[in-house]
Design a protein around this ligand. Structure first.
Ligand SMILES: Nc1ncnc2c1ncn2[C@@H]1O[C@H](COP(=O)(O)OS(=O)(=O)O)[C@@H](OP(=O)(O)O)[C@H]1O
Length: 485
């Protein structure tokens, strides 16, 4: 029964897609100690080919079973189980939000292999593939367009998405600033003295929220507010006004207790809010905006609180990856990530042509869960020029003995344009050349698109260069430094 847990999954080659992972798979699995979990090169266990097809609920047990089956097959061939390394080869897993978390749950000691390629070439490769594969997930999007047209349109779309995401950070700050501060120790003491408790938002408190919001300015969220205010009118506010006089008496008494303890001021907007607010009125409600009212009216008090935390943490740490003492801190995609940062990352996740070429965004998600020594980053350019060296580095990284590879076999290029199959191998000279005319554009248009792409990718590439200089990832191919300088 426990055999499926013995050894679990040892390593994963997580991508990036179109960076030579099929060649690496064909080469490395010549080594008998290297096994594949599953029948095919790619299990697509946690993410399929499209960025919106994450499968974070995929069965972990089935995954472990596949890994155990691969190990058992190697043992049946006479290899000691402890020498065998079972891996996953899904090139989609680098861009998968939940994968680092799932892999860490499966095996915190897991090793990762990442193949990266000049991102312009990667984009062209994926674009061509999607144009040609009629069943490709982005075929419809690119079949009638040129690479140049696609690049300009997609960069615009991404930039729009990014600025929209950034606006959520400002909106979060606005909402957080308008939100009442958490109770101080003195307030809490006074509350317990006065027999009061911090309560979840109730209809009565919602009434006050709306009242305060209306008093402070015009609504910013038109349609939801209209709906909310009518809901509140019927559900809470009318009743609230009738209850007011009793309430006022109680409130005044509580107010005096709190003033005596020095927790709140006697006058001003807060006193006005307290006057109509029941127990919730102890918070400085008058500053609450209509946006808060809408959120509260949707009953999302828990999320609201979480957002407060993330906004304040984002303002103190500047972003998901702050620089402290010169070392970058990485925050994985998850509950501690500010909403706008999460949205920003989703902008890159949506296109497997351009977005998935922005490598740093996806790598940092893994760096947040695993130390750098568990991730080996290698480059397609090196696989082409020195395949044996790359193989030796991967062997050492995943912990298998060196294999004596056949030189012809490791000079074969797999899954190249013209033959999109994992097992389809060609000699380098048989792979069609990459040029503008093959992409439906003139050379001049193609060059303009490449220049645009280089400018767009430059800041992301500089981040990779910094990581390489710090020793976090392997040194990048020299031509990259020149192209993205
Ligand atoms: N050894 C070597 N040298 C240079 N280039 C190589 C090599 N091996 C694979 N490739 C190129 O990588 C592209 C295929 O990548 P993948 O196998 O990762 O694609 S996939 O994600 O599995 O679909 C594909 O790129 P394009 O031909 O531009 O589409 C291959 O030509």
């Amino acid at each position: 029964q426990d055999s499926i847990l013995q050894g679990s999954i040892d390593f994963a080659t997580i991508g990036q897609q179109k960076c030579g992972t099929s060649s690496l798979w064909n080469y490395l699995t010549l080594n008998p100690f290297v096994r594949t979990a599953g029948k095919y090169k790619e299990s697509f266990q946690f993410q399929r080919d499209l960025p919106n097809q994450a499968r974070c609920d995929s069965s972990l047990e089935r995954y472990l079973e596949r890994s155990a089956e691969a190990r058992a097959a190697a043992v049946a061939e006479g290899l000691p189980a402890s020498t065998v390394r079972v891996g996953d080869w899904s090139a989609t897993h680098l861009s998968c939000a939940c994968c680092p978390m799932l892999f860490r749950t499966l095996n915190p000691d897991m090793r990762f292999v990442v193949m990266l390629r000049d991102p312009v070439q990667r984009s062209v490769s994926r674009f061509l593939e999607q144009q040609q594969l009629q069943r490709g997930p982005q075929h419809a999007e690119v079949k009638d367009t040129t690479f140049a047209a696609y690049v300009f349109a997609e960069i615009n779309r991404t930039q729009h998405c990014l600025s929209n995401a950034a606006s959520f950070s400002q909106r979060q700050r606005r909402v957080a600033a308008a939100r009442p501060a958490p109770p101080t120790a003195a307030t809490a003491a006074a509350n317990s003295q006065a027999g009061l408790e911090e309560a979840a938002p109730t209809e009565s408190s919602r009434g006050v929220v709306l009242h305060a919001g209306m008093a402070t300015g015009p609504p910013t969220l038109g349609a939801p507010l209209a709906q909310t205010s009518s809901q509140l009118m019927t559900a809470g506010m009318d009743i609230q006004w009738h209850r007011r006089s009793n309430h006022q008496r109680n409130q005044r008494r509580r107010q005096r207790t709190l003033q005596a303890s020095g927790s709140i001021g006697a006058k001003g907007p807060q006193a006005h809010a307290n006057k109509f607010g029941g127990a919730q009125g102890l918070r400085p409600r008058a500053q609450v905006t209509v946006e808060t009212a809408v959120t509260l009216a949707h009953g999302d008090g828990r999320r609201l609180h979480g957002d407060t935390n993330t906004v304040s943490s984002s303002s103190s740490s500047s972003s998901s990856s702050s620089s402290q003492h010169g070392m970058e801190q990485f925050l994985g995609w998850g509950p501690d990530m500010p909403l706008s940062d999460m949205m920003r990352r989703q902008c890159y996740q949506r296109s497997s042509i351009l977005g998935w070429s922005v490598y740093d965004v996806f790598l940092e998600n893994y760096f947040a869960s695993f130390p750098p020594q568990q991730l080996l980053v290698q480059y397609t350019e090196d696989l082409e020029a020195q395949p044996l060296e790359v193989l030796q580095r991967v062997e050492a990284h995943i912990g298998v003995p060196h294999h004596d590879y056949n030189q012809t076999q490791i000079a074969t290029v797999y899954n190249a344009r013209g033959c999109y199959k994992w097992r389809c191998g060609k000699t380098e000279s048989d792979v069609p050349k990459m040029q503008g005319t093959a992409l439906g554009t003139s050379e001049a248009e193609f060059e303009a698109a490449v220049q645009r792409l280089v400018a767009y990718l430059r800041p992301h590439m500089h981040r990779l260069f910094r990581w390489a200089d710090e020793g976090r990832i392997s040194q990048v191919p020299q031509p990259w430094r020149h192209l993205y300088a």
